[in-house]
Write a protein that binds this ligand. Structure first.
Ligand SMILES: *Cc1c(COP(=O)(O)O)cnc(C)c1O
Ligand code: SF4
Length: 339
């Protein structure tokens, strides 16, 4: 009986419907997550503990790429809360990037020359356990149209800005009406050249790349860059490849950033396979971030020495254009810092 339930739940039926329907049906209960993946009960108390701190959220399209019954699955490790999240470790803090200090307007972060981040949506379509935004005060950062005006005025006034980056949360968790409006406003700022979107949604729910999205994306005069967030080659299935193709046809340059994560992608074999798989999907590796020291994510940490050793092992294996740049974000610096 139990087995029948698992099989029924894993059927493709749950991956149909609009992206909003798929998101609303995402697994948000640690017990359901364990049951759907055939994990033993021993994982449940830890999953419940972590869930209290940062709730579980995994849509079916992503869940379907996780091997059932394998607690070490590299995709599972990114979404399954563990007891370790409740540990306090020295140096692991709530706001490791000190972003609260760089907000000239609500929903806007300006740290680097020529580009600003706009928090276009507080929500995500998946909750990644290592996320540096897990303690972000999103309630204060989901501006209404009227509140966007302050951020837009800032962009109009600062003529040194060339690029607006939609970020979040996940900016593509916002609805297309809002995004079309926002991008239209950005389009009208004469000194802006580029629109960049930092998103994991095309990976988490590939059906997010639908006609409504492609309509506003194709309409802008701005050059378009989408920076995806993929950490492991298993995250890229045919549906993701198809979504990437739709973006490319709309004139988007596709890049990827990964986070170096213990027991997810901390091997040269995995990182080489990731770069190869990315390129097959038409995506170039951009950054490999070392973990931001966010409270609750210490068990994902890989030391700097190990990170450098991995890059050195990767260099002779990959063409230069498939090498991600290993970087850290240091508060107060003018760019990401190469290791
Ligand atoms: C990472 C980041 C950017 C983008 O930096 P790039 O090096 O251009 O990718 C911009 N603004 C903020 C606040 C950032 O954290
Ligand atoms: S999608 Fe990105 S912002 Fe959202 S939880 Fe995952 S890592 Fe964090």
């Amino acid at each position: 009986m139990q087995e029948n339930i698992i099989i029924a739940d894993k059927g493709p039926a749950s991956q149909t419907g609009t992206w909003q329907q798929q998101l609303s049906r995402a697994v948000r209960d640690p017990a359901v997550l364990c049951q759907r993946l055939g994990l033993s009960d021993k994982w449940l108390p830890g999953a419940r503990t972590g869930h209290q701190l940062f709730e579980v959220c995994v849509p079916d399209a992503y869940l379907s790429r996780i091997a059932p019954g394998d607690p070490g699955d590299p995709l599972l490790r990114q979404v399954l809360p563990l007891d370790e999240e409740a540990m306090s470790l020295p140096g692991f803090v709530a706001d490791p990037l000190e972003e609260a200090d760089h907000q000239p307007a609500s929903g806007l972060i300006h740290k680097y020359a020529g580009r600003v981040l706009l928090i276009a949506s507080p929500a995500c379509a998946i909750n990644c356990r290592y996320c540096f935004r897990r303690h972000f005060p999103y309630a204060d950062n989901a501006p209404s149209r009227a509140q966007w005006q302050q951020a837009l005025d800032y962009l109009h006034t600062d003529t040194s800005l060339q690029e607006a980056i939609l970020s979040g949360g996940d900016p593509l968790a916002a609805n297309d009406r809002q995004l079309a409006w926002l991008v239209e406003q950005l389009d009208a700022i004469p000194h802006l050249k580029r629109l960049r979107i930092h998103t994991r949604l095309p990976v988490v729910i590939p059906d997010r790349i639908d006609d409504a999205l492609l309509d506003w994306l194709s309409a802008t005069r701005l050059q378009k860059v989408v920076v995806l967030h993929i950490n492991h080659p298993n995250e890229i299935d045919q549906a993701v490849v198809d979504a990437c193709n739709r973006l490319k046809q709309a004139g988007v340059t596709l890049l990827n950033q990964s986070v170096l994560l213990r027991h997810v992608n901390d091997s040269a074999d995995t990182l080489a396979a990731l770069s190869e798989r990315l390129f097959e999907a038409g995506i170039l590796p951009y950054y490999l971030h070392v973990l931001d020291p966010v409270q609750g994510a210490g068990h994902f940490d890989v030391s700097d020495d190990e990170a450098r050793a991995l890059i050195n092992a990767l260099l002779p294996r990959l063409p230069g254009f498939l090498m991600p740049r290993l970087v850290r974000e240091i508060p107060g610096e003018e760019s990401k810092t190469p290791l």
